[in-house]
Design a protein around this ligand. Sequence first.
Ligand SMILES: Nc1ncnc2c1ncn2[C@@H]1O[C@H](COP(=O)(O)OP(=O)(O)OP(=O)(O)O)[C@@H](O)[C@H]1O
Length: 266
Amino acid sequence: MLSVRKISKRFNNKQVLADVSFDVKKGSIFALIGPNGAGKTTTIRCILKAIDADSGIVEFMGEKINAVTKQKIAAVSEDRQVFRNFTAYDYERLYSSVYPQWDGEVFNRLVAKYNFDLSQRVETYSIGMKTLFLVVLAISTNAELLILDEPTQHLDPTVRYEVMRLIKEYASSGKSCIVSSHEMFELEEYATEFAIINAGKVIYTDSIDSAKEKHRVFRAGESIGTGDIIGIVGDEILVRVSGEVTESGRFPKFQEIVVGYLTGKK
Ligand SMILES: Nc1ncnc2c1ncn2[C@@H]1O[C@H](COP(=O)(O)OP(=O)(O)OP(=O)(O)O)[C@@H](O)[C@H]1O
């Protein structure tokens, strides 16, 4: 569905992305995970062509991103910027005219469910309601791909839960979603695939299930057999097993895989 191949970007001579590559499959919820400043937002901006990568290729449904393919992608930016003075109703009119696949029924159902006041200016919504509204707008576009940059940041648990539920529901209908986030516990709940980005590089990408199969956590002093030491997780070590699957060690949790890669060799 989306193929990102060797995207690189420099800002003021600083290499911010270096050969970033990953694939997002149809129906998957793909998590872009990494610490502050890792390059997640820059990657998203390159995919959306909000900025031009210095090199590399992004293909969406077999084509380069252009005005037509962009109508099949909906995004919510990290800063949740909205037009000043635009009411929720103005947004509905804007999105329904820009996105040919706009689904008014879904929009109306979700507006009723969350009790949005369509006559209110969206900038005056609370951060939680604003985020939920922007996610509802994105979902109502019926786009093939949703890109959500830190969608649950600053949200209380109830709104977080609703945003996660909407994302899961969306992907279950065969659409795809890219979510950038630091929230590893949350991601384990709903993401299916992921890429860990650190200092502008993808250091590991896989499906969550396959990553768990390929790794084990060992206590200090335990024999790790054949395998590569990836990094330290608390008092234990994350190992990528190779050859025959070892009987020792335990299966890692998703967050242990992420922490292991982020603390390990770069
Ligand atoms: N327009 C710009 N000009 C100069 N540097 C930039 C610009 N945009 C991003 N950067 C730098 O690129 C690096 C990656 O930033 P980016 O916002 O992509 O990271 P991130 O992983 O999304 O971080 P966070 O989790 O904090 O949002 C940072 O060092 C940032 O300062």
